[in-house]
Design a protein around this ligand. Sequence first.
Ligand code: HEC
Length: 133
Amino acid sequence: MRAAISLIAIFTMVILGSAVDGQASPKKRLDEATQVCRILTFQNSGWASEGSRIFSESCKSCHARDNDQGATFLHSESKTKKAWNRVFLEKYPQCARNGQWGNLSDQELQKLNDYLFRNAANTYDPNDADDCG
Ligand code: HEC
């Protein structure tokens, strides 16, 4: 009986643990290129941040819904945290290689990466004060 109870307890912890894991907005991001640990806050990477503005102005100009640029619709939740990091580390998208990321500086690209990373797929948690306001 005791063993059964502790088994249930362990099982519950595992389930709760995995449900919570990865669901709140991340508080930091390791930038692989510079090996800098960037601290993420609502102010520097939330929806009203500079990164968000750069995304609207420099990326959504093409990646909006029903655009005529041949670009897929993109929003922060289109990719996971890891996938966004790869976009900026490898700069593999066709538009980056074509020089269509405009004249964004390394610093601006980092802010954009911070914003997309912090708001990536599976990061929203309505029970986290950081997400709810
Ligand atoms: C001049 C138009 C244009 C601009 C500006 C632009 N893109 Fe693109 N992008 C494209 C096109 C066209 C493709 C190739 C088709 C596709 O896969 O969407 C592409 C592909 C991509 C992809 C791969 C698509 C996928 O689903 O993985 C990513 C990621 C991407 N762009 C991100 C960005 C980001 C971030 C910015 C802003 C810094 C940006 N793009 C700005 C036109 C643009």
